[in-house]
Design a protein around this ligand. Structure first.
Ligand code: ADP
Ligand code: ZN
Length: 207
């Protein structure tokens, strides 16, 4: 299955994509994770992406599309993949069509008020890659899974969150119409409990 997960920042795409990709045994390809790794390693892609990411803007398509095209050409994608965070605008969607044929697009919908609360309380573990919310942590600084030190992502500050949401509404949300028109859109309610969202997704994909 060639899948795309759509949804606003904070919808839980990354969390759901991790679970669903394991269940379906296909690689989870997160462009946000790829950019963060590139920035940590100081690669040319990371250096180009940093200012955009820090501002909550999209990294230019020329950079992003090439990065994704190279990743999809790797052997582990031959039997399917789950894209998380790509495409994020219509030009990226059209570029993807030129590379690969999608099986389904899952849209995880959540209202803005809820997203702001989720993103501003989000903590991540650089050691194991886990994502948590302060309301569910015994200690805001300690990873419940590996004991690593939790941090807040640089782009989870109020100004950058606001920009990411407006970029989402202007550029990414039109993709739901686009994929609905192609008959491959599956919509799920991202405001539900995590496990319920997962089962909605798996049910929708089994249809
Ligand atoms: P979120 O969905 O929570 O905003 P991501 O980890 O998916 O976070 O992305 C973080 C940032 O990486 C985005 O705000 C954007 O700057 C950049 N980025 C990720 N995917 C893309 C993409 N497909 N096109 C352009 N920029 C991207
Ligand atoms: Zn951890």
């Amino acid at each position: 299955m060639n899948l795309v997960f759509l949804g606003p920042p904070g919808a839980g795409k990354g969390t759901q994509a991790a679970v669903v990709s394991q269940t379906l045994k296909i690689p989870h390809i997160s462009t946000g994770d790829m950019f963060r790794k590139a920035m940590r390693e100081g690669t040319p892609t990371g250096l180009k992406a940093k200012a955009y990411i820090d501002n909550g803007q999209l990294v230019p398509d020329s950079v992003t599309i090439e990065m994704v095209a190279e990743r999809l050409a790797e052997a582990d994608c031959a039997n399917g993949y789950l894209l998380d965070g790509f495409p994020r605008n219509l030009d990226q969607a059209k570029a993807l069509e030129g590379i690969s044929k999608l099986t389904a697009v899952v849209d995880i919908a959540v209202a803005d008020e809820k997203l702001i609360a989720r993103l501003s309380g989000r903590r991540v573990c650089p050691k194991c890659g886990g994502t948590y919310h302060i309301t569910k942590l015994a200690d805001e600084k300690v990873c419940p899974d590996c004991g690593g030190e939790l941090i807040q992502r640089d782009d989870d500050n109020p100004a950058t969150i606001a920009n990411r949401l407006s970029v989402y509404h202007a550029q990414t949300s039109p993709l739901t119409e686009y994929y609905a028109g192609k008959g491959i859109l599956k919509q799920v309610d991202g405001a539900l409990q995590m496990e319920e969202v997962t089962s909605q997704i798996l049910n929708a994909l089994a249809e």
